[in-house]
Design a binder for this molecule. Structure first.
Ligand code: CP
Length: 321
């Protein structure tokens, strides 16, 4: 078993897909596959992180990410605690840095951070000695979502190389889209971002994808990846689309827009009747449940990975922003 507690200066973090290598992604996917086989057993707990402490620090709402990180830590026998901003001393005005420093006094091995501000996870990585995993920072990055999506795609197609993924919807506010485009490029797959021009920002092609405002371009893809309209990231009065009804008419994924053989993915939470029709969400083509299951094993693999793999360039290896 590799040494699980490298010196503070050599801690690894997972902050962003940018900076991860193909080898990093493939290693985490391979570990996740091994973790998955452990979940078929009656006794699901592994001793891998016994004696380690994982803190989940969430400043934004979450169901899937928080639940799966918490369960992943428990399945690996770590001690775990989850702090939500609401109800904590953040309500009394405590800064992210002071909150992170306070939690660091308990000597956690890993801090998992979700925050509405870009760069929040990186800030925590600088002010604590723990390994930090970014569970979503504003509209910037959600690296574990990207890796779990790759896991679910590989399960469905038996390969990643050469796949074509059409990512449809509110790209502008989507950390999921940014992370996924980069992850797909790393593994030899390609992506097309599709949505109204106001929601598909100029320059996204630099991440390694093509763009379109025509939903008919999604028909060629192997995967239709549907994004939620992120109204919580739009300022009051900002109008990116004339109306949700019009958006749904032009870009909503209905059964008629799904080609036989295509699979449909969504990171959740879904707005049924807005970006995705309920008949699609509940169809055989939808991999949404597979994505949720993949989230558990991929996050088990990530918790293991950040504590075991030697950094390429200390102090930050995978996913430097
Ligand atoms: N996909 C995702 O991040 O879901 P949650 O917001 O429920 O964690």
């Amino acid at each position: 078993m590799p040494e699980l507690r490298p010196p503070a200066a050599a801690r690894r973090h997972l902050l962003s897909v940018q900076g991860m290598s193909r080898e990093d992604v493939e290693r985490i996917l391979e570990t996740a596959r091994r973790m998955a086989s452990s979940l078929d057993r009656e006794m699901k707990k592994l001793p891998t992180l016994r004696g380690r402490t994982v803190v989940n620090l969430f400043y934004e709402s979450s169901t899937r990410t928080l639940a799966s990180f918490e369960l992943a830590a428990k399945r690996l026998s770590a001690d775990t605690m989850s702090i939500r901003a609401s109800g904590s001393s953040v309500d009394k005005g405590e800064s992210l840095k002071d909150t992170a420093s306070t939690l660091a006094a308990y000597d956690p091995d890993i801090i998992v951070v979700r925050h509405p501000s870009i760069g929040a996870a990186q800030l925590v990585s600088r002010c604590t000695a723990a390994s930090v995993v970014n569970a979503g920072d504003g509209k910037h990055q959600h690296p574990t979502q990207a890796v779990l999506d790759l896991y679910a795609m590989e399960e469905a197609f038996g390969r990643l190389e050469g796949l074509h993924v059409a990512i449809v919807g509110d790209v502008l506010h989507s950390r999921v889209a940014r992370s996924l485009v980069q992850a797909l490029e790393l593994v030899g797959a390609r992506s097309t971002l599709i949505g109204p021009p106001t929601l598909v920002p100029r320059g996204m092609e630099a991440l390694g994808c093509s763009t379109s405002s025509d939903i008919r371009d999604a028909v060629q893809a192997d995967v239709l990846y549907v994004l939620r309209m992120q109204r919580e990231r739009m300022a009051p009065g900002e109008a990116f689309i004339p109306s949700l009804r019009e958006y749904t008419a032009l870009y909503g994924i209905t059964p008629e827009r799904v080609r036989p053989g295509q699979v449909v993915m969504h990171p959740g939470p879904m707005n049924r009747g807005v970006e995705i029709d309920a008949r699609v969400a509940d169809s055989e083509a939808a991999l949404v449940g597979n994505q949720v299951r993949a989230g558990l094993v991929v996050r088990m693999a990530v918790l293991y990975d950040v504590l075991t793999v030697a950094p390429v360039a200390a102090p930050v290896a995978a996913g430097v922003m």
